[in-house]
Design a protein around this ligand. Structure first.
Ligand code: GUN
Length: 286
């Protein structure tokens, strides 16, 4: 029987643990972790994410600071806001929602965040620390995937892991984390030759390409664990539908375990953002 990995329940558990720790910090040390989220412009998907992040932050007892800036914000003004958040002791985590409007240099903006407050783990210092196996802030989505994989497998040592997708946000850090857990890691992408054959070697297959239902059952090794990072809005039979990068029906017939969309990786991302904010707060106060 294929196990459906319930990311929603897993994430609720992580959030409950974070909330308990936040309550203890408050009672014992009078400290409240705080997360600042910066949204530039009116991208509809980003607005939904930011709203959900705000609600989840409040729900676990943290302080939430939302900064909504107009789409034509000048880079200097955004950098000034980040400098102010870096200096604010009430703010332990800073997240600048991506994508930014085209006239803003995302690398410059992300690298202006204090690495200790970079709860996305996107700052170049955190990328380097993760790549060299040092203590860092770990990007939320790959961290959520790793937690579910560890929970399902116990040790990941020696397993063949294939990550489809090479983004800085998911693919590359996911590969680093799996390598850190002693997997044999392959990064595949849109230019990979014989993608089906590469995927079929995977004990762990992580799909993060951003193409609806691209990974089909015939590309999955029998018994493999399939982690679907994709969130694609498509229209089918005249109705709006959310699908992953994995063709769920065919893959679920072959896989040993699989994450659904929605209700798989998605909820884990915000749970890990809260966990990272708590970590940043604890490190700042230790
Ligand atoms: N846009 C899509 N995913 C993410 C994420 O994990 N962090 C940020 N900052 N922006 C995103």
């Amino acid at each position: 029987m294929t196990k459906v990995i319930d990311g929603k329940a897993f994430a609720a558990n992580v959030r409950a643990q974070v909330a308990a720790h936040v309550a203890r910090l408050r009672e014992e040390q009078g400290i409240q972790p705080g997360l600042a989220v910066v949204l530039v412009g009116e991208d509809p998907a980003s607005q939904v994410y930011v709203r959900n992040k705000h609600a989840s932050t409040i729900e676990v007892g943290m302080a939430s600071f939302e900064h909504r800036l107009s789409a034509d914000t000048r880079e200097a003004d955004l950098l000034a806001l980040i400098a102010a958040l870096n200096a604010d002791p009430k703010v332990h985590g800073i997240l600048v929602q991506l994508p930014l409007p085209k006239h803003l240099n995302s690398d410059l903006v992300i690298n202006a965040i204090d690495p200790a407050k970079d709860v996305d783990g996107f700052h170049i210092s955190n990328v380097g620390l993760l790549g060299t196996g040092q203590k860092s802030m770990v990007p939320c989505t790959p961290l959520g995937c790793l937690m579910m994989l560890r929970d399902h497998h116990g040790s990941l040592a020696g397993l063949n892991a294939v990550v489809v997708g090479r983004s800085n946000i998911v693919g590359k850090p996911m590969a680093q984390l799996l390598l850190g857990d002693s997997c044999t890691v392959t990064i595949a992408h849109s230019r990979t030759k014989d993608l089906a054959e590469v995927c079929k070697r995977a004990d762990i297959l992580v799909a993060a390409v951003g193409r609806p239902e691209m990974i089909t059952g015939d590309m999955v090794k029998p018994g493999a664990t399939v982690i679907d990072v994709g969130i694609n809005r498509i229209e089918r039979d005249g109705k709006a539908k959310l699908v992953g990068d994995v063709h769920y029906e065919s893959a679920a017939k072959v896989a040993g375990a699989i994450t659904p969309v929605p209700g798989g990786v998605g909820p884990m991302t915000i749970a890990c953002l809260l966990a990272n904010t708590l970590t940043a707060c604890c490190r700042a106060n230790s």
